[in-house]
Design a protein around this ligand. Structure first.
Ligand code: GLC
Length: 423
């Protein structure tokens, strides 16, 4: 069977009607940025179904504008932390109390391109605008978009978060729990117990303040700035502005988005570590920088942000790392402390990150490096199949198999390649 057909079959197998789960067992619900990438893949062969994916994601939106990281449409005893652990969250459907990187606007713009997509863009514009507003208001501290939980960044246990987690204490009244992730996959691929206790401490705090998002940002136990959320949001704001302009939205809406973009451009420098020559995470309260180049460091290209010097040093780092791995782009710097080729966000390459990085490099005239990042993933898929993530040294699949976003990104690239007429 062709890989294209296997990719379509993978998405069908994970299809739950109007939304798609990432993979059976490990992730039995709808995840936010997964759904956006899944829609990208579905749109290559079934636009109606792709659109249902997006609408079902938006249905999880809270009254304050946030779209949560997971929407719980059932209570699966095989998953932890499920709806009861998150407590009284504020959407009409039970969910987590944190968000995820907002790739939605960019993907909506891409898949609805042209006059025939106008009605669809109009259908979701206000909700996406409200979500971005939420990031710029409830999650912003001194002009910097913050994150309150490593899970919100989508890069759960990347060593970037250690500087923030080290400043935290585990809540003395943390209710006991049993992890389920380690029952589905090899525990040596997954986050450690101490990390898990801290993740749940933040959840416990959010629940204790009734998920008031402004208080969670200001008073929560963890407060960092993430280049992933920063660059993804900046890019998405630019796509939102382009849609607003095409749609003839009133000046106050366009001015508001332009102000977010200006704020974002100004904040890019905050994430720049001159020592490393890289965009890295920072603890907002202590100002400390994280200590390595990650697989979101080069998203400055995707967001079309950063100075000439910052981009040149980013490329130097990418080339250095290319010399250390078989498959770009590892999630953590192979030369930094904490690199582990198979443990979740400590080393493996992640499909959606390669996708965004390659796209940004391509758009900004770095075609050769873009191709290397794209091939890093495609070669791993050809070797191992549609895994959640891959060992960057060998291309072996890690954690979950039959993974939706991996299949979707493969389909999206096959489709683009066909459009370009490239073999
Ligand atoms: C993991 C990833 C996160 C993803 C989720 C579902 O938690 O870190 O980014 O959204 O799995 O695939």
């Amino acid at each position: 069977m062709s890989l294209k057909q296997t990719a379509i079959d993978t998405l069908s197998k994970n299809d739950r009607g109007r939304f798609t789960i990432p993979t059976e067992g490990l992730y039995p619900y709808q995840w936010n940025w997964d759904s956006a990438f899944i829609a990208l893949g579905l749109a290559t062969y079934d636009m109606e179904r792709a659109w249902a994916e997006i609408i079902s994601l938006i249905e999880g939106q809270w009254p304050d504008g946030m779209i949560p990281s997971i929407i719980f449409r059932s209570d699966d005893t095989d998953y932890f932390p499920g709806p009861s652990r998150w407590g009284n969250t504020l959407g009409s459907t039970p969910s987590t109390g944190v968000s995820q990187p907002p790739v939605l606007a960019t993907i909506v713009r891409q898949i609805t391109e042209g006059p025939q997509g106008a009605a669809r863009r109009a259908e979701v514009f206000d909700q996406i605008f409200a979500w971005h507003k939420w990031f710029h208001e409830a999650r912003t501290v001194d002009g910097i978009v913050a994150t309150v939980h490593p899970w919100e960044t989508g890069r759960d246990n990347c060593p970037e978060w250690n500087i923030g987690l080290d400043l935290m204490q585990v809540a003395p009244d943390l209710p006991p729990y049993t992890r389920m992730d380690n029952k589905h996959v090899d525990p040596s691929f997954r986050p450690t117990q101490e990390q898990y206790d801290k993740y749940l401490t933040i959840v416990h705090f959010g629940d204790s303040i009734g998920w008031d998002q402004r208080r969670l940002t200001d008073e929560g136990p963890f407060l960092m700035a993430d280049p992933n959320i920063h660059f993804v949001l900046l890019r998405a704001d630019k796509d939102l502005l382009a849609m607003a302009t095409e749609m003839g939205k009133p000046a106050d809406i366009r001015d508001q988005i332009s102000a977010w973009i200006a704020k974002g451009e100004a904040a890019t420098d905050y994430l720049w570590s001159d020592d490393l020559g890289a965009f890295v995470a920072r603890d907002i309260r202590s100002g400390a920088f994280s200590t390595g180049f990650s697989n979101c460091s080069a998203l400055c290209f995707y967001a079309d942000s950063g100075t000439h010097m910052q981009r040149a040093r980013t490329i130097e780092n990418l080339k250095r790392i290319a010399g250390k791995v078989e498959h770009l782009l590892p999630s953590w710097d192979p030369d930094a402390d904490g690199f582990e080729a198979q443990r979740y966000w400590c080393g493996p390459l992640w499909p959606q990150m390669n996708y965004m990085t390659a796209r940004g490099l391509d758009e900004q005239g770095e075609a050769e490096l873009a191709m290397q990042v794209r091939n890093g993933l495609c070669d791993a898929i050809e070797k191992s199949g549609f895994w959640e993530c891959f060992n960057p040294l060998t291309g072996a699949g890690c954690v979950g198999s039959n993974f939706s976003w991996t299949a979707a990104i493969w389909l999206s690239w096959q489709h683009e390649t066909k459009l370009e007429g490239v073999a």
